[in-house]
Design a protein around this ligand. Structure first.
Ligand SMILES: [Zn+2]
Length: 510
């Protein structure tokens, strides 16, 4: 492979082709394997970077262990933060309570985030700081969970999380830029060359500035497409564009660009807040999750974003949420036909055949997360039961419908290593070692294509990246062994030896 500037100039066997300028550098990667670099179509790089500074609760097996990890992390910070627990993995099979957290950190706010990112449990100091009491009403699209006496338990779901976050100090621009740089270097070590940031604006008004600072100072070594959260747009006036002077999806360049607008339609499957048509497994008839926006409001936002030329990416996990989102997309496209708007459904967690066929008809792309199978598969089965599990996080069915399949992790929610997602798409095995949905298994080649070309496609970059051929970006990864030649059960053990972005090495293993 011959690279000129940041592009692939030629690929082939035998002698190097005649070239009018001397080669600046030659690399011999034999006997290893060179592939297009991995591209994560739904990721939270900034949150991942910031969460590296919090207590890590992933893999916690009991409440005692959870409290202990928080205590060991507590070094007198003004706000103590922890993240990554899953109540289904705890021996007690429930969330911690405010009273319990008060015993761990009595004197300062403590925020303990669920692995889904869709809920937190906080202590009394945090509730006080946010002014949340028994009389506080639930915010729109959120729930302050209360005990039988109406007293908040500390569990805040969906939009209720923002009540506490708004009352606590936000990271500064410099802290965010540093977190972006650290995360980007970590990602390069995982073989990633690009990520799509599924929600920008959660940490304050200068997130875009932090991304630009990280890029300008050389900290951002991977490419990024940023998806502004719909709540950060300027909805005040009907006759003024939603973003400054009509800025829309696609603005920017190949290292940093504005992507789709992100909207949340519902919650999380394992957190039991996703909007389902039928109740969660083993739960009462009303336990069908929640829609974050009333249907009419969602349709109104989608219609206007579509009219103003945005690509749209709506988080919809439950089948009820997906139906509502498809209704909104269909109406928007009928009112203002746009060629190939490539709107997306993020996660598309519970996707029965009818909805999948409707997506194909509308040209809407589901963007699912392969490694949810390995890390959350057992929890997801507990949430929806055996009958519906075969509709969840589908892979092969999406390809069979003729839709494009993208690869993504939703990291920080689960481990963001692309090889884990590729492994799970092929092997379909949960953490407990149970088969998940074997009929949805991909070939290794299909899984690699999803995590490279498929992800590029869902942000209109398939002509620039995703394969290694003349004219495309020289974004590639070197693996110790060829994933097409190893036992599929060993894919997750492959090692990333080097990662190149635009022809330059951004990661090299020892
Ligand atoms: Zn996400």
């Amino acid at each position: 492979m011959l690279v000129f500037g940041d592009r692939v100039a030629a690929v082939g066997r035998g002698d190097p082709p005649p070239w009018p300028v001397p080669l600046a550098a030659t690399w011999d990667f034999r006997p290893h394997a060179v592939l297009p670099g991995f591209h994560d179509a739904h990721n939270h790089l900034l949150a991942f970077g910031l969460k590296q500074r919090e207590a890590d609760l992933r893999g916690t097996r009991s409440l005692a262990e959870l409290f202990d990890r928080i205590r060991r992390h507590d070094r007198g910070q003004p706000v103590v933060r922890a993240n990554g627990y899953n109540q289904d993995d705890l021996a007690e099979r429930r969330h911690p309570t405010r009273a319990e957290l008060d015993r761990v950190v009595p004197d300062r706010p403590l925020v303990v985030a669920h692995t889904s990112g869709h809920m937190v449990v906080v202590n009394s100091r945090a509730l006080e700081r946010a002014g949340i009491g028994p009389a506080t009403p639930d915010p729109e699209g959120g729930r302050i969970v209360r005990d039988a006496a109406g007293v908040p338990t500390g569990l805040l779901q969906e939009n209720a999380q923002q009540l506490v976050e708004a009352a606590l100090p936000r990271p500064t621009r410099a802290e965010m830029a540093a977190a972006i740089a650290e995360a980007s270097r970590t990602y390069a070590g995982w073989g990633l060359v690009a990520t799509q940031e599924a929600g920008v604006g959660w940490y304050g008004p200068d997130e875009l500035a932090a991304w630009q600072e990280a890029r300008a100072t050389g900290g951002l070594v991977t490419r990024a497409v940023l998806m502004p959260d719909v709540r950060t747009l300027d909805w005040a006036a009907e006759d003024r564009p939603l973003l400054w002077q009509g800025l829309a999806s696609g603005f920017g360049d190949l290292s940093l660009a504005l992507g789709p607008v992100k909207i949340f339609a519902d919650g999380s499957l394992i957190g039991r807040t996703a909007a389902l048509e039928e109740p969660f497994e083993g739960a009462g008839p009303d336990a069908r999750g929640m829609l974050v926006w009333p249907e009419t409001e969602l349709a109104r936002m989608v219609a206007r974003l579509h009219r103003e030329g945005f690509q749209i990416a709506v988080h919809a996990i439950g089948d009820r949420a997906i139906r509502v989102v498809l209704d909104a997309y269909e109406a928007a496209q009928a009112a203002v036909p746009r060629p190939d708007p490539r709107h997306r459904v993020e996660h598309a967690g519970v996707l029965p055949d009818g909805l999948l066929e409707r997506m194909r008809r509308l040209g809407v792309i589901p963007v699912g997360q392969q490694h949810f199978i390995g890390e959350l598969g057992d929890s997801m089965r507990a949430a929806v039961g055996d009958r519906r599990i075969r509709w969840t996080y589908r892979q092969k069915s999406i390809l069979r419908q003729g839709l494009v399949l993208a690869g993504s992790s939703d990291c920080f929610v689960v481990d963001g290593r692309p090889l884990l997602g590729i492994h799970d798409a092929v092997n379909q095995t949960t953490a407990a070692g149970r088969p998940y949905a074997p009929e949805e298994a991909l070939t290794v080649e299909e899984a690699l294509r999803a995590y490279t070309w498929g992800s590029a496609y869902v942000v209109r970059r398939e002509r620039e990246m995703g394969t290694l051929e003349p004219g495309k970006l020289a974004d590639f990864v070197v693996l110790d062994r060829n994933p097409l030649a190893v036992d599929p059960a060993a894919i997750r053990n492959l090692r990333v030896l080097a990662t190149f972005v635009g022809g330059r090495p951004v990661f090299r293993a020892d």
